[in-house]
Design a protein around this ligand. Structure first.
Ligand code: PHB
Length: 393
């Protein structure tokens, strides 16, 4: 009820804003409102995304469509849908941004989708990966990935590599449920069986008892999805402390778990883990070399960009292309139309914005954690070409 009223008040304000001359008056700047996690346990998400965006701007100049591009960054402090919604409304109403962008975490992206719809502002999702986000608003365009898109290839890989009985463990929120459901379906279709499924809290899970249960069930492998970062490090620690590796239980996952930002902190415990994902810092291409160089120019040498930084870079690339196509005059509907069907040469390989779904189509890589020149990396050894979210093909 409260929520409905708040939406209604916001709708009135948006209607007034859209018809006001101030909104129509074009100036020399295109403002991008960035809604990201800049503090709290998920702070690396916001820093990776904004550094990726800034790296793109540094490498390509701060103008597109003849206008200056300006970022206005707002912190959601973590998974905080109400706050995300409020800052997005402020960005639209007060800062008059022409794009909303960022979104590390699904709950924040879900909460902002209706703001994008009401204000008719394109919303560029640079990480959040629950399949349904793009269906929440016709103004959402996603450049990152979806959990079903990166999970289906690992389920196929496992079944083809003689793994038949798997236990799954996922974080108990939308992307985790997407991963769990996709793994089960695709693995079964390829002759495998999920023998048990656990869901752990998104925040500060205590992994030891969960991991012990999996060990006692003696599956051939465990498939896991947790959001990148601290949680994944905690899981890896519990997995090796409880001796699952020594008990012969293999670990397979989406690449979120062995994310480039934390893989060195996991160290030897992660060696040999097979994952599927859309980006590895070890990807070999001239575009990736240029990206890593530009990223280092923003952060200083030594910081490794991860898949979220690539999302920030590619999202900015898309915004530049759209601004150029529209000659700097950004209208929400025209901007989304311009983005549909666009192909972008990303540091991960070419990506396409599917005109039917506004979701990303891309190659997904099969990788193995290895030590290269004294550091841990996800080394790609196979790929599945042009993968769509399996629920959207
Ligand atoms: C999400 O909340 O959508 C999310 C966050 C981190 C990931 C993947 C998905 O690594």
């Amino acid at each position: 009820m409260m929520f409905a009223r708040r939406c209604f008040v916001f709708s009135l304000a948006v209607a007034a804003f859209l018809s006001s001359p101030a909104a129509a008056a074009a100036d020399d700047t295109i403002k991008v409102g960035v809604v990201v996690e800049m503090s709290g346990p998920f702070a690396p998400y916001g820093h990776q995304i904004t550094n990726g965006m800034r790296a793109y701007m540094k490498a390509h100049g701060e103008k597109a469509g003849g206008k200056k591009i300006e970022l206005v960054v707002k912190d959601t402090t973590g998974p905080a849908p109400d706050l995300a919604r409020r800052v997005a409304q402020e960005l639209v109403m007060r800062d008059h941004v022409q794009f909303l962008a960022g979104f590390g975490l699904t709950p924040n992206a879900m909460a902002v989708a209706s703001v994008a719809t009401e204000a008719r502002v394109p919303m560029i999702v640079m990480n959040a990966a629950t399949s349904a986000i793009t269906a929440k608003s016709p103004y959402v365009v996603r450049v990152s990935f979806t959990l079903p898109q990166v999970t289906a290839p690992i389920a196929e890989w496992a079944a083809k590599n003689k793994i038949k009985k798997v236990y799954t463990l996922v974080s108990d929120y939308a992307p985790g449920l997407d991963a769990e459901a996709t793994f089960k379906k695709v693995f079964a279709a390829n002759g495998g069986e999920v023998v048990g499924a656990l869901r752990v809290p998104l925040k500060n899970p205590e992994f030891a008892p969960f991991v012990q249960r999996i060990k006692d069930a003696k599956p051939e492998a465990v498939f896991i999805f947790t959001p990148a970062g601290e949680t994944a490090v905690a899981f890896m620690k519990a997995f090796s402390e409880r001796g699952l590796d020594k008990a012969g239980i293999k670990l397979i996952a989406t690449g979120d778990v062995t994310d480039d930002d934390v893989i060195d902190a996991m160290g030897a415990a992660a060696l040999g883990v097979i994952t599927t994902h859309h980006y590895s810092a070890a990807h070999k291409s001239p575009e990736n070399d240029a990206f890593k160089q530009a990223y280092a120019a923003v952060t200083g040498a030594g910081a490794r960009p991860n898949f979220m930084a690539v999302g920030g870079w590619d999202g900015m690339h898309l915004i530049y292309e759209v601004a150029n196509k529209l000659g700097g005059k950004i209208e929400g509907d025209k901007a989304v139309a311009a983005a549909k069907g666009m192909t972008i040469q990303s540091p991960r390989g070419a990506i396409l914005i599917d005109p039917a779904t506004r979701d990303v189509v891309q190659d997904i890589y099969v990788r193995k954690v290895q030590k290269v020149d004294g550091k841990y990396f996800n080394v790609e050894f196979d790929k599945v070409a042009k993968v769509k979210d399996p629920g959207k093909s």
